[in-house]
Design a protein around this ligand. Structure first.
Ligand code: UDX
Length: 479
């Protein structure tokens, strides 16, 4: 029997529970089933479990619906009972929410509740895996929650296995990762974790005819990195903080480009082509958002402070991120002279492209500020309008497409980097706008395209492109 078949057959026997059916939990549960394991995904929200049992994914994520249909009812079951799932499992992944407390530290009450439930469900050796992003030392803390209930250390292991998936590409990030990090302190747990991920470690998953297509830049095989639980916990916080640092760094450089008339796109090409730096995460814009970066930078700061280590660089990452939005609002004010009562078309509500998630979305924060300054806003987003309505309610209007949003507006603002926006008919946009002004918070367009369409174009870290007043008559090109 070939090595690949052996790894695949061994992996198929694993009984796994995933507690939590949010982005991380649902994607992990579905992908673990795809790797051949028998998975029970648990959530205390019975309405959510009913929807999942009915085949609804509840989140906008490529390939998820297909994999859910493939495994639901066979290798992937849903339940509301942590204890029942845990009793039937060798491995329990904890993927519950870890929101921020008021001081930026992580609120671990959901993790604690799961640990308490697990203490009442121990019927043999178990591996308890932290999948949620948690601060360093949480594994010890979960361990103590069980030992304090009388369970001997030999009955279980706590492992840290952080997840690095991005929203929008979560399924392919899970199945074709750059690296898999496993922090375990016993040989037994280390061996079990290796077996779970065997089809990814040896590349056999990718060779299955039914495998989810591999994205272009994926590595042929992931790095499999074994560490202590504490190091694994730290790797997750440090990775997200470093990515946020890269974004804030480039945004600060973009602001300086504006001061001296340089162009951030050219600067990024020059910086990113150094293989030690790399081109990723150097897109200047109105800053990062989402459910991870803002929360994880704050949580990393809080945990370093708790252990007596001051890390002010983390405060600076956040400060630059907030300043980036304030700077964009100043640009809107500058472009329109006065903004009170102005009608603005907004393209983009999600915190980034490819998702309907509006948590900590820079677009929503910019809109909130513009509403405070009494602007009237009509917005369009390809996926996030329903989610945005839950936050903004009827305070803005929603358009059916970008052109309907632009009609009669005093300016067009681009706040999310949707690829769809790059294909807009700019001449049509110019005809629809009351004033031919575009403020692009994500540098979606090239200056040449805007010049061609005759639009005044403000972007991030690039010189403003003013249309000469003599060329502002309708339908006339700037060239
Ligand atoms: C992030 C991490 O990438 C992922 O590894 C981790 O598991 C969870 O957090 P995600 O929040 O899904 O993933 O989004 P990501 O693609 O990283 O973007 C985060 C934010 O940064 C978005 O608001 C995006 O618009 C912004 N961003 C990203 C930039 O402003 N510039 C960039 O160059 C890249």
């Amino acid at each position: 029997m070939c090595g690949i078949c052996f790894a695949w057959r061994k992996a198929r026997d694993m009984q796994i529970s995933v507690i939590g059916s949010g982005y991380v939990g649902l994607v992990a549960a579905t992908c673990l089933a795809e790797l051949g394991h028998n998975v029970i995904c648990v959530d205390s929200d019975s309405a959510k479990i009913a929807a999942l049992n009915a085949g609804e994914t509840l989140i906008h994520e490529d390939c998820l619906q297909e994999l859910l249909s493939r495994h639901r009812g066979t290798r992937l079951l849903f339940s509301t009972s942590v204890q029942e799932a845990a009793r039937n499992s060798l491995v329990i992944f904890i993927a519950v929410g870890t929101p921020s407390a008021d001081d930026g530290s992580v609120d671990l009450s959901c993790v604690e509740a799961v640990a308490r439930s697990l203490a009442g469900a121990m019927n043999g050796y178990k591996v308890i895996v932290e999948k949620s992003t948690v601060p360093v030392y949480t594994s010890e803390w979960v361990q103590n929650a069980l030992t304090s209930k009388g369970h001997a250390q030999a009955e279980f292991d706590v492992v840290s296995n952080p997840e690095f998936l991005r929203e929008g590409t979560a399924v392919t990030d899970f199945l074709y990762p750059d690296r898999i990090v496993v922090g375990a302190s016993s040989e037994r747990a280390t061996g079990i974790m290796r077996e779970i991920y065997a089809p990814l470690i040896d590349g056999s998953y990718a060779q299955l005819p039914s495998a989810v297509p591999k994205p272009e830049p994926a590595r042929p095989m992931p790095m499999y990195i074994e560490t202590s639980p504490r190091s694994a916990e730290l790797i997750k916080h440090a990775s997200n903080a470093f990515l946020a640092l890269k974004i804030s760094f480039i945004n600060a450089v973009a602001s300086f480009c504006e001061s001296v008339g340089a162009n951030i796109e050219e600067v990024c090409r020059g910086i990113g082509s150094d293989s030690r730096i790399g081109p990723e995460f150097l897109r200047a814009g109105i800053g990062y958002g989402g459910s991870c970066f803002p929360k994880d930078v704050a949580a990393f700061r809080a945990v370093t402070h708790e252990f007596g280590f001051e890390f002010p660089l983390l405060d600076e990452i956040k400060r630059i991120n907030e300043e980036q939005r304030a700077r964009f609002i100043r640009k809107v004010r500058g472009a329109l002279r006065t903004i009170k009562g102005k009608r603005l078309a907004v393209l983009g509500l999600a915190f980034k492209d490819g998702t309907d998630d509006v948590r900590e979305s820079p677009a929503i924060k910019v809109i909130e500020q513009l509403l405070e300054e009494k602007c009237q806003i009509t917005a369009f987003d390809p996926a996030a309008m329903d989610r945005a309505r839950e936050i903004l309610n009827g305070r803005i209007s929603y358009a059916t497409d970008p052109y309907a949003a632009a009609e009669g507006a005093d300016a067009l603002l681009i706040l999310t980097e949707w690829k769809e926006f790059a294909n807009l008919d700019l001449v049509r946009i110019k005809r629809l706008l009351r004033s031919p002004i575009v403020l692009d918070g994500r540098n979606v367009f090239s200056q040449a395209e805007m010049a061609e369409a005759g639009l005044t174009y403000h972007s991030i870290g690039r010189p403003t492109l003013e249309v000469s007043p003599s060329l502002l008559k309708k339908g006339q090109s700037a060239r």
